[in-house]
Structures are given as structure tokens and as C-alpha cells.
Design a protein around this ligand. Structure first.
Ligand code: ZN
Length: 385
């Protein structure tokens, strides 16, 4: 059963607006803000909430409203709060009953501002705002905070969350500067919402997350299959959760990201997030199932899956090993285990697959007895990655 949250969209012009030829028709704005167009704001939040949020029923859009204020009356942050009141006043003059709506979207015809808040939920945006940006402001209206990253624990640093849009992607060491959005019907859209915020909002039905047994210091070695986080009809769980109390109280969330609103993230990563005591989500790292240097969209098809990749935490006794991906890429198999075990496994894996060192081996001995300097160098290089 979904929660109906009707919005009123106020299309606003300042009194001295010269009129811009770049504006779309009211029907277009209605399709984007109020309709179930596949790339609309209501469709985004319906999908992200797994159908829990209904932003279509009861949502209305105003005709163009002329504000009493001039564009020059808006003085940046000083008048940010006033923008909402100015727009509401124009709406009341036009006979709008605000009591019927959960939230108010104020859309300006000229570059004005961009923000959202859950405090009498409202979003202010303008003709320059991209869907990805507006999606985040709606997230604020539903009470979501910005997301962060472990290596840079400040706002906007989670490459895999709409609550970091604008500068997301910046702390992804492997994919630095790779934009996680995609060009949709209305402009740059996506990505999805990180799983900690999906869970905290109650938007993932219980059987769709799985808790990995843990003694607080490390998890039990567990093999599991995950469907993509954004999959509407998943055949497997979509989030694996591991709780730690050592060295600190942290919840790890592990998810597989591909397709849907994540289709701008073309390389199908397995993504790890921490939820800390502050309740915020911190991007911790990723596993990329494909070989390095490859692209993965229509023009750059991905090469074969390379099994044996892993994530090993530097602080918590946690490893995640990529085992396999189904041929249609709709499922990944992972092993979640203490870190020490994975290090051993991975050294063996590398030795066997990259250096053809096999058998009941001692890697050190084999490398030393071969006395091949390039081999030692390669091993050090591979392990150092
Ligand atoms: Zn924000």
C-alpha cells in the first residue's frame, strides 16, 4: 500500500521576467513533475521507494504565476526562505488551497536557486536545474540527508547516491570523474539512492534484505546471491547487511548496482556503504566485476567477467569476494567473510590465475626458486593494487 503525497507545482515568473524562449510547455512540466512519464520525478521516487511513494495522485500544476517581486529582489541565501513565501502568495492569489498538498514545488523561469527541505516540505528549482539535482531536493523533502564517503566524510561525496548529486563520483578512486547520471528525456537523471537510505526510509520490503551473521568483530563466511538494488521484481535479496561493534559500531550495507535509474553507472559495481552512529551513509568502496580499462555501455561493451576480485576493509574485519555473475547480469554471487581468510584466498587466486603458480604451494618459495625478477615484480604489483 503506497503513501500518497500530492504536490502542487507552482510555475513562477518574476514581475520583470523578460520571457525566455528556452521554457517548455506547461504540458511538458506537468509530464515531468506531475505525471508518470518514465523519466518523471514521480516515477523516480515511486521506483526508488519500491512503490511506497505515490507522487502522482492528487498532484497538480499551476499556470504561470506572476510574482510581485522583481528578479533583483532575490539576494542569494539572504532571501532563500522568501522565495517560497513569494511563490505561495502568488499561488494563494490564484486561488490555490495549499492544505490539500503534501509538498510545494516552486519552479522559476530564470536561474534563481536550488534547494529542498522537509520543513513544510518544499523544493525550489529553476530552468537550469537537472532532473538529478531536483531528484535530490525531493529527497530532502522526504527527510533524507546528504550522503558522504569514508575517505572524505563530508557531504556530497558518495558516488552511488542521489543524495550526493552535483559532485558525486569524486571519491571513487577507480572511476574518478565518471558521471553516474544518464541523459534521460528531461536531462541528466539518476543515480538511485544508496541502500542505507532506502532501508532507513522503510522502502525495501523485509525479505529483500539479508542479515549476515556476525559476532560484532567479523562476519561468518557466507555465500549469497544479490539482485540489483533497483530491480523491481528481484529474484534474490538486494542488500546484505553486516553489523560490527569493533572497532566501532557500524552497519555495512552491500548492494549490486545496475540498470534502471542506475544505468548511468555502466560498469555494474558491487558497492559497500557504512551506516555510522550519526545515521548518515558513507560510501566505503566497490568491487568492479569486469577487467580494468574496459567500458560498458552500448558503444563500449564489457569484456568477460573476471572472478576473484574482492574488497578488503582496512579497519573492520570484513572481506567481500566477487564469485560470479549470471549471464544476463541480473544476479551476482558474493562471499562475505572475515578479512584474513579473503587475503589468503585472493593471494592464491592471483598466484593461480595470473602467475600460473599452483599446487600445494608456497608462493614465496616458488617465486624465489624461479629467480625470475619480472615475476617477483608482477606479483608485488598485483598484490599492491
Ligand atoms: Zn542537497
Amino acid at each position: 500500500m503506497s503513501r500518497n503525497t500530492p504536490w502542487i507545482i507552482l510555475l513562477c515568473k518574476f514581475s520583470d521576467d523578460p520571457g525566455m524562449s528556452t521554457l517548455r510547455s506547461i504540458a511538458d512540466y506537468a509530464a515531468f513533475f506531475a505525471g508518470d512519464d518514465p523519466d518523471s520525478i514521480p516515477s523516480y521516487w515511486r521506483d526508488i521507494s519500491n512503490g511506497e511513494l505515490d507522487l502522482v495522485t492528487g498532484t497538480e500544476i499551476s499556470p504561470w504565476l506572476q510574482l510581485k517581486q522583481k528578479r533583483s529582489d532575490h539576494k542569494g541565501l539572504d532571501t532563500r526562505k522568501d522565495l517560497f513565501q513569494w511563490a505561495k502568495a502568488a499561488g494563494r492569489d490564484a486561488g490555490i488551497d495549499f492544505g490539500r498538498f503534501f509538498g510545494v514545488t516552486v519552479f522559476f523561469s530564470v536561474a534563481t536557486d536550488l534547494f529542498g527541505t522537509s520543513d513544510s516540505p518544499h523544493v525550489v528549482c529553476d530552468l537550469l536545474s537537472s532532473p538529478a539535482q531536483i531528484q535530490q531536493e525531493y529527497g530532502h523533502a522526504y527527510g533524507l540527508k546528504h550522503s558522504r564517503s569514508v575517505v572524505n566524510p563530508i557531504d556530497y561525496r558518495n558516488p552511488f547516491c542521489t543524495m550526493s548529486s552535483m559532485i558525486f563520483g569524486t571519491d571513487d578512486v577507480v572511476f574518478r570523474r565518471v558521471d553516474p547520471t544518464f541523459p534521460g528525456r528531461w536531462g541528466a537523471s539518476g543515480p538511485g539512492l544508496c541502500s542505507p537510505y532506502v532501508l532507513a526510509s522503510g522502502w525495501l520490503p523485509e525479505p529483500r534484505s539479508v542479515k549476515v551473521a556476525s559476532n560484532g568483530r567479523y562476519p561468518s563466511s557466507t555465500l549469497l546471491d544479490l539482485s540489483p538494488l533497483g530491480d523491481m521484481n528481484p529474484t534474490h535479496p538486494q542488500v546484505a547487511v553486516v553489523d560490527f561493534d569493533t572497532p566501532q559500531s557500524v552497519r555495512y550495507c552491500i548492494e549490486y548496482r545496475r540498470g534502471g535509474w542506475d544505468r548511468g553507472i555502466f560498469y555494474d559495481p558491487i558497492v559497500l556503504h557504512q551506516v555510522r552512529a550519526d545515521g548518515l551513509s558513507y560510501y566505503a568502496g566497490l568491487i568492479r566485476p569486469f577487467k580494468a580499462g574496459s567500458g560498458g555501455d552500448a558503444t563500449h561493451p564489457l569484456p568477460a567477467v573476471s572472478a576473484g576480485k574482492w574488497y578488503v576493509d582496512q579497519q573492520y574485519d570484513l572481506s567481500v569476494e566477487f564469485i560470479a555473475m549470471s549471464p544476463d547480469r541480473g544476479m551476482v554471487t558474493l562471499r562475505i567473510a572475515p578479512a584474513a581468510g579473503a587475503r589468503t584466498l585472493s593471494v592464491r587466486g592471483i598466484a593461480a590465475s595470473k602467475l600460473q603458480l599452483t599446487g600445494s604451494f608456497s608462493i614465496g618459495n616458488q617465486v624465489l626458486t624461479r629467480k625470475e625478477e619480472p615475476l617477483r615484480g608482477r606479483l608485488i604489483d598485483l598484490l599492491g593494487r
